[in-house]
Design a protein around this ligand. Structure first.
Ligand code: M5T
Ligand code: MG
Length: 238
């Protein structure tokens, strides 16, 4: 089935073996919205996001995608339409182009370039000795942390996902590059989930979900949370 990008959690709880990780989490993301996730290390951000492409099977409560229970989707078609940029970036020692097209080997060159532009890495690639044909690790070409992150975001975008999950994927970007990237994502017809450590990365999000020890302790826009949540103000403001 083709996704529209709506995601709804209703009282979702989740355990890693016997360890409680998420407790009674409810939220509703509309197609095209940007949803920020904030919370201390171990709060459950990655676990919550991994439920969306069904990387974990057993949860209680309900998860709906476009009003259908998530269980009706087969995982293969789901993962085609949901791109997840994991917390740890994996690049291999092939060309820049093949790294971006990884998992979508039939991608046209124009699509690869478009994705790289959206991910704010195109102009850097143009400075490499062989451009998109440059092989990572050869001719002394190495990527910085932030360049790796943008390459892996380009890899996610080339699949033209309906849901894009950025799990701490912009942590190494400067504020200006991050803002340009998030603005370019807004022009996609795509729901974006973004984990960040700083409020400044999430100011423009339609909703921010604030997790604490597996519980959603606040949710709303930046302005709403500033007014309503002392924890938000104190812990993440800097
Ligand atoms: C949430 C525990 C982890 C933590 C909680 C992946 C995984 C996690 N956990 C397990 O017990 N087994 C596992 O296989 O679950 O972890 P998270 O969702 O990874 O938290 P986070 O993404 O908010 O943290 P971080 O550090 O990425 O900001 O108690 O031990
Ligand atoms: Mg995590």
């Amino acid at each position: 089935q083709e996704l529209k990008g709506e995601v709804r959690f209703e009282r979702v709880s989740f355990f890693h073996s016997d360890h409680p990780v998420l407790h009674n989490v409810s939220f509703h993301a509309q197609p095209g919205q940007t949803i920020g996730l904030l919370g201390e290390t171990g709060a459950g951000k990655t676990s919550l996001l991994h439920l969306i492409p069904r990387l974990y099977e057993k949860h209680s409560g309900e998860i709906y995608l476009d009003d259908n229970p998530i269980e009706v989707f087969d995982t293969k078609s789901l993962r085609k339409q949901i791109s997840l940029v994991p917390q740890d970036v994996h690049l291999f020692s092939g060309s820049v182009r093949s790294n971006i097209a990884w998992g979508k080997e039939n991608a046209k060159m124009s699509e690869v370039v478009e994705a790289a532009k959206q991910a704010q890495i195109h102009s850097f690639i143009k400075t490499l000795p062989d451009g998109y044909d440059t092989v990572l690790g050869q001719k002394g070409v190495t990527f910085s942390g932030g360049q790796k992150q943008r390459l892996s975001i380009a890899r996610a975008l080339v699949r033209k996902p309906k849901i894009l999950i950025l799990d701490d994927s912009t942590s190494a970007l400067d504020a200006y590059t991050e803002m340009k990237l998030l603005n370019s994502l807004k022009t996609q017809q795509c729901t974006v989930f973004i984990v960040a450590q700083k409020i400044s990365s999430l100011k423009e999000a339609n909703q921010i979900l604030l997790l604490h020890q597996g519980k959603l302790i606040a949710q709303g826009s930046h302005e709403e949370l500033l007014n309503e949540s002392p924890y938000y103000r104190e812990v993440f403001q800097s």
